[in-house]
Design a protein around this ligand. Structure first.
Ligand code: MGD
Ligand code: MGD
Ligand code: SF4
Ligand code: MO
Length: 669
């Protein structure tokens, strides 16, 4: 038996270091790397048996050609040569007739490795295909942060240990960021207070000193109410503001007078007295630390919500003390020369059209000039995870759409493919990873051979380039060469010694460039509460989309600790820990509808109808219903998941998804 270092490839802020034990070519045990500075031996329940995903009997092992109707899941095995030739023949026909934009790539975050994740970009740029706007996750958070903080790099999340008040705001850290949760617990043991702010009582709420349950999309109003109190009661730091903040006077005069706790109470759902108390305790803390999640950004007002919350530490002066501030996640894009080495926009002869990944339903059904004639999906499962599932499935059923899906499993999306290609797992491919919850980076090699005939993303694009008859040596390089080139370039984020350690597969803390003399990287050099480059120059309360919708219950499509988006449903043990696709409801709302615990119900709105098993619980407040996880259709009655109820509407900034911004009504199944 041998033990190898590897890295968790999933879309999780922690990017854990793994130790993989290999016996006779099989991964037999996976554990957390005790020497990784963030992982420190701790893995989440999802990855404890990653070997069951890697060696799952459900893994796809050969290319497949559709024989039955679309969506029926009937395929026969074919060779890689035939699969590539068939695909390239169709693409040559389509590009000749309608142009490259008739082909649409769709990918997201099945693997976060820099090479495998992005390896379709150079291929589709050269093909002249439509470009995908990859904005399903949290671009509204970036937009809100940038409006106030510009390019200022995020603080070090480890600074949390120096804080005396930690606020987990819109983040279910116990499920989605277990190492941040461990850090918050450690700080709490040392005497820090910890709050959670969420729309229902998550496991994170159970692990903190106090949980505040707000109305969906109401956090901007809460932050404004708190800042009203800070100003009214003389709790702002006017010295800090005078030298570090731009536009406070306008904010104080034009916005805050209309944001009293009484006025904000009905918007955010907390009593005025609670808003007052939160403001006073926030101001009394020496170094309050806000860890900002993504849930609260997926609304029609998501960017404005973030922008408003980001003003809190500027107004209170929390930034001045170690541990004080707000941490939205790290942005490490500049640490490696991704554009020059991998994504290669220079391969495009002219900029092609952009299609939002949040509006795939519209793209497949309504786009013209040219219509989408072919969809190529890799490391994403849009038929499950993207909003407005019914519109997407309607599009995937089109007879004249040629769909190719490169996957590890026969997902909901793969079921609608004309051709399915088998994908390697992260243990079967090399890559270089960076992280969005801290500053660690690490590279790894393959630790086992590919399962069956599966191939990595990069290998498939090499074959497709050859199939298209392209001669460029670029597409013929092995993935290892690209990793080398990403490391060869020097950047200010790492020195030679760090790069050598990265080459050796060791986890390394990157160092974002900071200038203590000029901490705020904005055009004015100050924290910009007033930003006249924005359509809204000042933060103010904005409504969510759902407020104009006609159904009485706010739906929260939240996450489960036992899956990651639609990944991990292949592991029977993990799936069984979720029992069934539940819908949590407050006893008052259930009683008013004559519904009881355990009953089958249908949730409906203008987008669709979805069957759930009802869970009556005080964990959700009246007016809100919650479901956790993104189930595969084969495991749910009715075959439709929660995204049959979500909408293709976009956020106010960043063109993000508004998955949390919907309403429903319930009836008996
Ligand atoms: N176990 C597990 N881990 C995951 C994932 C998973 O599916 N499962 N997904 C991964 C991915 S892709 C991402 S982006 C991250 C996301 O991780 P987080 O940043 O934690 O984001 P979410 O889980 O989307 O939402 C966090 C919390 O916000 C709450 N919320 C929703 N609306 C509001 C609101 O208006 N106000 C407030 N205050 N709270 C609100 C939700 O109820 C939820 O508990 O997690 C990653 N990690
Ligand atoms: N209702 C609801 N919808 C959501 C969310 C939610 O919380 N609730 N979360 C949203 C968020 S934040 C995000 S980021 C998106 C995520 O959406 P996706 O990025 O589509 O995430 P997954 O559902 O994990 O699907 C990834 C797929 O990639 C495949 N895969 C893994 N590795 C590889 C590889 O190396 N190559 C190839 N070709 N395939 C591979 C996996 O088998 C899996 O089927 O979902 C969004 N949708
Ligand atoms: S999903 Fe996140 S917490 Fe779990 S092993 Fe991967 S990186 Fe670590
Ligand atoms: Mo995400």
């Amino acid at each position: 038996m041998t033990t190898h270092r590897s890295i968790c490839p999933y879309d999780c802020p922690d990017t854990c270091g793994l130790l993989v034990e290999v016996e006779n070519g099989r991964a037999v045990r996976v554990s957390g790397d005790p020497d990784h500075p963030v992982t420190r031996g701790l893995l989440c329940p999802k990855m404890l048996h990653y070997e069951q995903t890697v060696h799952s009997p459900r893994r796809l092992t050969t290319p497949l050609l559709r024989t039955g109707g679309k969506g029926t899941g009937k395929f026969v095995p074919i060779s890689w040569e035939d699969a590539i030739q068939h695909t390239c023949d169709r693409w040559k026909e389509l590009t000749a007739r309608y142009g490259g934009e008739s082909i649409l790539p769709y990918s997201y975050a099945g693997t976060m490795g820099l090479v495998q994740r992005n390896s379709g970009h150079p291929f589709f740029h050269k093909l002249g295909a439509s470009r995908l706007e990859r904005t399903i996750c949290s671009p509204a958070k970036d937009a809100g942060w940038r409006a106030v903080m510009g390019e200022t790099p995020a603080m070090d999340p480890a600074d949390m240990q120096q804080s005396d008040l930690i606020i987990l705001w819109g983040i279910n850290a116990a499920a989605t960021s277990i190492h941040a949760m461990r850090d918050a617990r450690a700080a709490r043991q040392r005497g820090a207070r910890v709050w959670a702010i969420d729309t229902y009582r998550t496991p994170t709420c159970d692990a903190v000193d106090e949980a505040f349950i707000v109305k969906p999309g109401g956090d901007g109003a809460l932050a404004l109410g708190m800042m009203h109190v800070l100003v009214r009661d003389g709790l702002v730091d006017r010295d800090f503001i005078a030298t570090n903040v731009h536009g406070f006077d306008e904010f104080e005069q034009q916005v805050l007078p209309r944001c009293s706790p009484e006025e904000m109470s009905s918007v955010c759902g907390l009593p005025a007295a609670t808003i007052e108390r939160m403001a006073r305790e926030y101001a009394a803390a020496l170094a309050p630390f806000i860890r900002l999640g993504s849930g609260l950004t997926r609304y029609g007002n998501g960017a404005m919500t973030v922008r408003t919350i980001v003003c809190l530490p500027a107004v209170s002066g929390a930034w001045q003390r170690p541990g004080g501030g707000i941490f939205p996640g790290t942005s490490t894009g500049a640490a490696f020369p991704l554009a020059a080495v991998v994504t290669r926009e220079d391969f495009m002869t002219a900029p092609t059209r952009m299609v939002s990944m949040n509006q795939l339903g519209q793209a497949l059904n309504e786009l013209s000039d040219p219509p989408v004639g072919s969809l190529y999906v890799y490391h994403s499962n849009p038929a499950s995870i993207a909003p407005d599932q019914n519109a997407i499935i309607r599009g995937l059923l089109r007879d004249d759409l040629f769909t190719v899906v490169h996957e590890r499993f026969l997902t909901d999306t793969a079921r609608y493919a004309d051709i399915v290609l088998p994908a390697t797992s992260s243990l079967e491919q090399p890559d270089l990873y960076r992280c969005y919850g801290n500053y660690v980076s690490q590279s790894c090699s393959a630790v086992i051979s590919p399962i069956g005939e599966s191939k990595s993303n990069w290998e498939v694009f090499s074959l497709l380039a050859e199939g298209m008859g392209w001669e460029e040596p670029f597409f013929r390089q092995p993935a290892e060469k690209l990793i080398e080139q990403l490391l060869d370039f020097d950047t200010s984020w790492r020195d030679r010694e760090m790069t050598d350690r990265l080459r050796r597969g060791e986890p390394v803390f990157l160092t974002p460039p900071r200038d203590p003399q000029h901490p705020w990287r904005t055009p004015s050099g100050r924290i910009e509460i007033l930003n006249t480059r924005e359509a809204e120059p000042l933060p103010r309360p904005l409504p969510t989309h759902a407020e104009a919708d006609g159904f009485p219950l706010r739906l929260q499509p939240a996450v489960t600790p036992y899956a990651l988006n639609s990944s991990f449903y292949e592991q029977d043990d993990l799936r069984s820990r979720q029992t069934c696709m539940e819908l949590m409801i407050n006893p008052a709302d259930a009683g008013a509808r004559g519904l009881t615990d355990g009953q089958q119900v249908l949730a409906c709105n203008e987008s669709g109808e979805v069957a759930f098993c009802l869970k009556v619980t005080e964990r959700v407040p009246a007016g809100t219903v919650v479901t956790e996880g993104v189930w595969w259709s084969e495991f749910i009655p009715g075959g439709r998941g929660v995204n049959a109820l979500t909408s293709q509407r976009l956020t106010d900034g960043g063109r993000g998804s508004t998955l949390y911004d919907v309403t429903v009504e319930l009836r008996r199944a």
